[in-house]
Design a protein around this ligand. Structure first.
Ligand code: ZN
Length: 325
């Protein structure tokens, strides 16, 4: 087994790592695909990219000098860390994050399923490839976290007023659903009855340009227009409606959520703890395995399989016109 220690600069952070060739017994923290194992420049580049993609605290977009707030919401023995790299939160904003997280935690029937560890609030703006407007939030399920973007803090009602809660209440609920509740909800989601149809012989182009392999034939029953774009977003938006505008949620969806989620007559708000303005650091060297790249090399031949023949594309708008005709 080849194994040696190195250190690398990732977004201004010095990261210690042990490089293995994958033949050892140690379970690696990360696996990196390399074309030429003798090319140390390629190895360093790929490791830096992998780490900044998969470890938020090593992503250059989160700079320690931009960190203005760091507090923890204490959910029994767990803590959800909130890191703010944007405008300081107002009292109302802070309160609404804490109350929304508390409510969602209370509704979870099995607390061991709570996997949300942190929230990062960023000042960067990005376009949403599904809906086409500015991103409100984005989940990173493997990292047990989500990010809140400036649009998620805009001072107006959620999704241009489609649901009567604030943008912040909406985005926190939506993203927590992806990170914590998705598995639970998906198991109980009666997709065909809720209108979801898989498309095998064509792709659907969403308003933001992204292509999808399904659509909702009963899109008017979805809690918001964004909910009608993908099934996971239907679930996330249904949770927003369930918490903040239950009378607007379609009975089919409401009965699923009634069955799964716990109800409480009193509102419980969990305590918070102020924490130092620090980004987490690794206390130990990372174990990194390098494995041969699956991408065809310079001399490899690329053969297109039948399944890779592009399928026809129809825009969601045109598809709906056809369904109404
Ligand atoms: Zn979503």
């Amino acid at each position: 087994m080849i194994s040696h220690s190195e250190s690398l600069d990732v977004g201004g952070n010095k990261v210690e790592y042990i490089l293995n060739d994958g033949s050892g017994a140690n379970k690696p923290d990360f696996e990196v695909e390399i074309i030429n194992a003798d090319d140390s420049e390629e190895i360093n580049e790929k490791i830096a990219k992998k780490l900044s993609d998969e470890v938020w605290s090593l992503n250059p977009k989160f700079k320690k000098e931009d960190l203005v707030e760091h507090f923890g919401i204490k959910l029994d023995s767990r803590v959800v860390d909130v890191y703010n790299f944007a405008e300081p939160l107002s009292e109302v904003e802070r309160g609404s994050i804490i109350r929304t997280i508390s409510r969602l935690y209370e509704m979870l029937p099995d607390k061991s399923l709570w996997r949300l560890e942190s929230i990062q609030i960023t000042h960067e703006k990005e376009l949403n490839l599904k809906g086409g407007s500015f991103i409100r939030g984005r989940e990173y399920v493997k990292q047990n976290r989500f990010e809140i973007y400036p649009q998620g803090r805009a001072d107006n009602k959620y999704r241009e007023g489609e649901l009567l809660c604030s943008e912040l209440q909406g985005v926190v609920t939506h993203e927590v659903t992806h990170v914590v509740f998705e598995e639970l909800l998906e198991k109980n989601w009666n997709s065909p009855e809720l209108g979801w149809v898989r498309t095998n012989d064509f792709r659907v182009e969403l308003p933001g340009g992204m292509r999808s392999g399904s659509y909702n034939r009963l899109w008017k029953e979805c809690p918001t227009s964004y909910a009608s774009l993908t099934e996971a977003d239907d679930r996330a938006e249904s949770m927003v409606a369930y918490l903040f505008a239950p009378e607007s949620l379609h009975e089919k969806r409401k009965s699923i959520l009634d069955k799964i989620l716990l109800k409480h007559s009193e509102e419980k708000v969990y305590p918070i703890v102020e924490l130092p303005l620090e980004i987490p650091k690794f206390g130990r060297p990372l174990n990194i395995n390098i494995v041969p790249s699956k991408i065809p090399g310079l001399f490899g031949t690329v053969t297109l399989k039948k399944s890779e023949t592009p399928s026809p594309v129809i825009t969601l708008e045109d598809l709906r016109k056809k369904l109404l005709a």
